[in-house]
Design a protein around this ligand. Sequence first.
Ligand code: UD1
Length: 345
Amino acid sequence: MPRTLSTALVTGGAGFIGSHTCVELLEHGYEVIVVDDHSNSSPEVFARTEKVAGRCLGAVYRIDLRDRDALNAVFNRHPIDVVVHFAGKKEVAESVRTPVEYYDVNVGGTLTLLSVMQEHGIHRLVFSSSCSIYGEADRIPLTEADPARPTNPYAASKWTCEQILADVCRRRDGWAVMSLRYFNPAGAHPSGLLGEVPRGAPGNVMPYMAQVAAGRLDRLNVFGGDYATSDGTGIRDYIHVMDVAEAHRLALEHLAGRPGMRVFNLGLGSGTSVLELLAAFRRASGRPIPYRIVPRRPGDVGALVADPTAAARAWGWRATRDVAAMCQDAWRFTRLNPAGYADRP
Ligand code: UD1
């Protein structure tokens, strides 16, 4: 029988963006194989992924990506066509404390994956990158042509991976790679079944706000009220995780038959300050969200906003969900899942 479905391997498929992307791929007919070491995710997410998509994942493996033999066995077992690579560590502050670990997991994991892909003749990859590689911006919005000047080991590890991928595409025939530089993914699946479940107190602003709105944390600390922005607080380009997930599917489709390395920003193209986000979350939740302005967080930058037009021009992707939708969906998920994925759907 001829194969009708494409088989996608999703590394880190139990994570926040990975799980939403698995749903998107399942809904569009892909056979989806997941590898994840669950170092920052729960296997509970898989039942929810399948419930939302109305289809089963092809297989899931608990594997550390640096375990070459285990990864090789997955490629031997499944007729993988394409890879979406999310697996990695992603906390800026943690990366400053443990740089070796960050390079080991993020760069080491990517190298093992590339070598196993090469061995199996699979050359199509979408890579999860980050706007943090731009560092302090000279001007906004940022285009893909702006220089990479990472300021912490997390961002530097992503930039290192991008350079490795570019080199592989330059030197080896047939490789087709797309690196997607996310700005600030936020929100949750509108079903209320999938969302962001940080371990411990959230480091990112929207999950933190959501916990304050739910009464589980006292107040939001707004890091810095003296930036050169409209209200003095940090400006970011928040993008709905559903738009990010959709971008990965479109990226995979665009890669077919187009060898080479490409990088694209994924953002809404407009900036929102911390206080504006707070007001939007108050509206969405109908709850008070106490806050206080505290000193700047070390390593933070004032404003980061994407110019996302390159992706629109090249492969027709455009974010369609606004900050209000991100807040509504994040609030629904927080309200319905007070214990994260430990709550039964
Ligand atoms: C950072 C990285 C991003 C990475 C993400 C994952 C940079 C520039 N960006 O995003 O690439 O994917 O982490 O963790 O390194 N804030 C508060 N109070 C809080 C938390 C945050 O005021 O309790 C403010 C921050 O100062 C910032 C904004 O909210 O202005 C967003 O912060 P956060 O959600 O942590 O994301 P980034 O630091 O932008």
